[in-house]
Design a binder for this molecule. Structure first.
Ligand code: MOS
Length: 717
């Protein structure tokens, strides 16, 4: 285990996040947000704002900078502000005021007078259902030979469970509000702004500002929370960069905590109907999953609850999944930790529990009976799957055998246990890594990427050391700078697999290049059979030389190579996923109906665990997020479109007192069919299934089935 290299910097406040950069001559931007949810900005009177002390610029849709809309295969379209007068949700950025100080900018922003042409806003989930439309994700249907339709398969099933589930909208509420410091020098832009990929952020800014990407430098060595919320470039970065170019001054723009709740993007609310048809022994005959998710009027994101769960998880001969989207006048939706899987697993794993109750079968046993060797209807088998072991290890550790079908009581508390399966696809992105070997026997490993608290920087040092066969202390990892080779993104739980595989490729390049140098005519090992180990070149008759010594001998300061990796042929041979088993114990108070989670255990098959400490932290964080979704979080939108709880005083997230002992185990089987380092993702799977495990435990404790999140006291009266 290696402690996080950036840990001491972070806990002592020496790590500089985006807005911590204070450049000489910096001026400050403050956003103006809409106060209607649907309509048009008819006019904006900026006279008073422009005359206010210190004001340097007031930008509105009437007097804006031209920003183009970035588009990428991974992120899709990213919205850019102030390009038209349309207002599609309450709290939408519609203006930007820049002044000499933050206080002056904020004061002047309050002086901007906006006149709207207001239209009725569609903000309610129930009313929006009529407007639900097909999503770009095609419906998926698998039918066994001779079966005409999913309805027939369900009708012929001896046991049927049919239920509808709801999950709440969530805001990311990252600790670091979205912010940026932008500066132009000689036609080149540098932006300090937390993001999940410095190179992707540079690309988006280059497109938006219509400059060559070689002129854009995105820097984000530290990111204060992301998980999808900092995938797409945030509004402050576009505005700060555009204003800095016009004013020829560094511009700092940061959202207030309240602005984060509307001017960024969050998780959609969903409604999901699931029908399970099964044999009396629990074997699935049919699985139908129909989902609707909310989105904003631009349809910026689909929360793929059906496709990400039911289309992948269980062996079933008959399957039908559909996904609709419902555009509302609500803040934008985007990726949030396990998009699709997190709310989708609440529905699927609750339904599986309902089937277990119906059949009187142990919920773990029911899952075992429907274990899949491949996604339903697909030929490609999972490259590695140790889900059964996750459940048996977890059951042993958690004391599952003590669970009674109707829970138990402890004084005034009703106590129950619940489980759920967790899955998240094992993915990776193309990545490039540079390795520079120095004449002092050290190595520098660099890639653009980002470490949004995942521990990727430390993993880079460890995998770099392992691949170069030198101690980690001699490896300096560098990350979070678009000047480095393009390194994918910390999204889709891909960081470790993508970056580590590229490091291994670069290390092979480096040792090959070293050996070639060593054996050149006139070089110390000219004409010899050589090999590399332990940071050294070995020649004939026991002659050996550390690589630094060889470089010195050759009069070179360093040797630099680049390695790359990308998903390839393996995709034609197997399906890839991480797996896990979530165990939760809850206590519900007999009289107050207060719900406390008293114990949680997650057991995960995420391939090889490279660094147990941050891996465990990732899993614990994900599980807490799942508990939060189950019992606390709901972004509430009033009929007017205004957020009812858009601040951390009223948007509930768990505090320490809400979190019990959280235990994590990894089964730790390297999956080298997926990639050469054997790691599968674990950033997102930690949260998957937790909300269902909580609901299932609540049922076990109380006999009350709650089919919505968050589960509140009122649901248990
Ligand atoms: Mo993650 S939701 O892919 O950043």
């Amino acid at each position: 285990m290696t402690a996080r290299l950036d840990g001491p910097l972070k806990v002592t406040g020496r790590a500089k996040y985006g807005a911590d950069h204070n450049l000489p001559g910096t001026v400050y931007g403050f956003l103006v947000l809409s106060t209607i949810a649907n309509g048009e900005v008819e006019a904006m009177d900026v006279t008073a704002a422009k005359a206010a002390p210190g004001v340097l610029g007031v930008y509105t849709p009437f007097d804006s900078f031209d920003l183009k809309t970035p588009q990428s295969p991974v992120l899709g379209e990213t919205w850019v502000p102030l390009q038209d007068r349309a207002v599609a949700f309450w709290g939408q950025p519609i203006g930007f005021v820049v002044a000499e100080t933050f206080e002056q900018a904020r004061y002047a922003a309050g002086l901007v007078e906006v006149t709207y042409l207001e239209r009725p806003a569609l903000t309610s989930f129930e009313e929006g259902l009529d407007a639900a439309e097909p999503s770009p994700r095609e419906d998926e249907v698998v039918l066994a030979d001779g079966v005409e339709s999913i309805e027939d398969a369900i009708a012929s099933s001896p046991v049927v469970v049919d239920a509808t589930y709801r999950t709440a909208a969530q805001n990311h509420a990252a600790m670091e509000p979205h912010s940026a410091v932008a500066v132009w020098e000689d036609g080149e832009l540098t932006v300090h702004s937390g993001s999940q990929s410095s190179s992707m952020q540079a690309n988006e800014l280059a497109t938006a500002l219509d400059v060559d990407v070689s002129k854009v430098h995105a820097v984000n060595p530290y990111v204060g929370g992301a998980f999808g919320g900092k995938g797409r470039t945030a509004t402050p970065a576009f505005l700060a960069a555009a204003a800095a170019r016009l004013l020829d001054r560094p511009v700092k723009a940061a959202l207030t905590r309240e602005q984060v709740f509307t001017a960024t993007a969050g998780r959609a609310a969903t409604r999901q109907s699931i029908t399970l048809g099964a044999e009396r022994d629990g074997t699935l005959i049919a699985l139908r999953h129909d989902s609707v998710c909310t989105t904003d009027i631009d349809r910026s994101f689909v929360e793929p609850t059906s496709h990400a769960t039911s289309a992948e998880w269980y062996a079933t001969p008959n399957l039908a999944v559909s996904q609709k989207i419902m555009p509302l006048n609500v803040p934008k939706t985007t990726f949030m930790r396990a998009p699709g899987e997190a709310p989708g697993s609440f529905a699927l794993e609750s339904a599986i529990d309902e089937l277990a109750v119906e059949l009187g079968v142990d919920p773990i046993e029911l899952r075992r009976r429907n274990n899949s060797a491949a996604p339903p209807g697909k030929d490609l088998q999972w490259s590695s799957k140790h889900l059964d072991e996750c459940f048996s290890l977890g059951a042993r550790e958690f004391g599952w055998a003590d669970r009674a079908p109707s829970g138990r009581t402890e004084g005034d508390w009703q106590v129950g246990m619940g489980v759920a399966t967790a899955m998240f696809p094992a993915l990776r992105f193309p990545a490039q890594v540079e390795i520079r070997l120095g004449d002092d026997d050290t190595a520098v490993v660099s890639t653009s990427g980002a470490d949004p608290g995942t521990g990727l920087l430390t993993v880079m040092a460890m995998v770099g050391a392992e691949s170069l066969d030198i101690p980690p202390e001699r490896v300096t990892p560098r990350l979070g700078d678009s000047a480095f080779p393009e390194g994918g993104m910390s999204g889709g739980s891909t960081g470790t697999a993508s970056t580590s595989t590229a490091i291994m490729a670069a290390a092979t390049e480096a040792t090959d290049a070293l050996l070639a140098l060593a054996t050149r005519p006139g070089a110390p090992f000219a004409g010899e059979e050589v090999s590399y180990a332990d940071g050294r070149i070995f020649g004939e008759e026991g002659r050996t030389m550390a690589f630094g010594e060889l470089l010195r001998e050759l009069g070179r300061e360093s040797l630099t190579v680049t390695g790359s990796s990308a998903p390839g042929e393996e995709l034609t041979k197997h399906s890839f996923s991480s797996f896990g088993a979530q165990f939760v114990e809850v206590k519900v108070h007999r009289w107050t109906r207060e719900i406390r989670v008293s114990r949680m255990l997650g057991v995960f098959d995420s391939g090889r665990i490279i660094n147990p400490q941050p891996a465990r932290s990732q899993a614990v964080g994900g599980m807490i997020w799942g508990l939060s979704a189950a019992l606390h979080e709901e972004l509430a939108i009033e009929d007017s479109g205004r957020t009812a709880n858009g601040d951390l005083a009223s948007y509930l997230v768990p505090v320490n007192a809400d979190i019990p002992d959280v235990d994590v185990h990894f089964v730790n089987y390297p999956d080298t069919l997926h990639n050469s380092v054997g790691a599968k993702g674990l950033g997102e799977i930690g949260t998957v299934g937790v909300a269902a495990a909580v609901a299932n435990a609540v049922y076990n404790a109380t006999g009350i089935r709650v089919r919505k999140t968050p589960i509140t006291i009122e649901d248990l009266l």
